[in-house]
Design a protein around this ligand. Structure first.
Ligand code: NDP
Length: 252
């Protein structure tokens, strides 16, 4: 007898699938039996990833989470290619590093449009479609927050505050859709090597930050796999409104 794969039969949409965590989650989901829709602005990147994952397993769609029309069009294209979406990972995000006295209002607006409004619009479009298609208790929405939601620093105030808002948004959306059976949960990862930090971790300051982590390393991206599979699978049906920190102990 073979054990069924945890995401067998599921169809996921992942925002920000063109690099970093999102691309990793896409590979993970396919290896766990799911079909995936890869959303990002850099369509050429998601197209290459979709090809790698295989025809019938993955499709790439252009998606800008700061633009509601783009989100709606991405869901339309996703449904046309793979049918109703039962699982969404709202992962797209950006940083706007700098002291709050220096950050431009344009950078601040782009950050909040992406990291908060983008997550809100993605989650609600997902829920609207799940409700319309009668996905009910199979519906899964996973938000990607950050450990910075509970931390203070010198140079990412809006990012950290926005991630705190994401976790609270998750609880509120979970409450709103609890009777329908759609779950909404948030994972808060620690610092992981991706494009979001640029070359920061190669600088003396970044190296000092790594040296100060208890395990003296950046968090391996694979360390998120168990939590992602759980929150996206049937197994988490009774877990909703949760915020789970998976950070390699960095915030301890
Ligand atoms: P990357 O920079 O590698 O990936 C960010 C992704 O977000 C890209 O795929 C990018 O795609 C996408 N994105 C950015 N803006 C938009 C937009 N307007 N519309 C659609 N997609 C967008 O960084 P990570 O993989 O690290 O980041 C993924 C998530 O993980 C973010 O929410 C981040 O805050 C969070 N996180 C990361 C941590 C880390 O240490 N790496 C720690 C904790 C949380 P494109 O540019 O092609 O649109």
């Amino acid at each position: 007898m073979t054990t069924p794969l945890p995401l067998e039969g599921r169809t996921l949409l992942i925002t920000g699938a063109s690099s970093g965590l999102g691309a990793h989650f896409a590979r993970l989901a396919v290896s766990a039996g799911a079909r995936v829709v890869l959303g990002a602005r850099r369509v050429e990147r998601v197209a290459v990833l979709a090809q790698e994952l295989g025809q019938g397993k993955a499709v790439a769609v252009p998606m800008d989470v700061t633009d509601e029309a783009s989100i709606i069009a991405a869901f339309d294209a996703a449904e046309a290619a793979l049918g109703p979406i039962d699982t969404v990972i709202a992962n797209a995000g950006m940083a706007a590093p700098g002291r709050s006295t220096d950050v431009s209002v344009e950078a601040l607006r782009q950050l909040t449009d992406t990291n908060f409004t983008g997550v809100y619009l993605t989650a609600r479009e997902a829920a609207r479609r799940m409700i319309a298609h009668g996905i009910g208790t199979r519906g899964r929405i996973l938000l990607i927050g950050s450990i910075t939601a509970g931390m203070t620093g010198q140079g990412d105030a809006a990012y950290a505050a926005g991630k705190a808002a994401v976790a609270h948004l998750g609880r509120n959306l979970a409450r709103e859709w609890v009777r329908i059976g759609i779950t909404v949960n948030t994972i808060q990862p620690g610092y992981i090597a991706t494009e979001i930090a640029g070359d920061w971790f190669d600088t003396p300051g970044g190296q000092a930050q790594i040296a100060a982590f208890h395990r003296r390393r950046l968090q391996p991206v694979e360390s998120l796999d168990g939590a992602v599979l759980y929150f996206c699978s049937d197994a988490s049906g009774s877990t909703t409104g949760a915020t789970l920190t998976v950070d390699d102990g960095q915030s301890l």
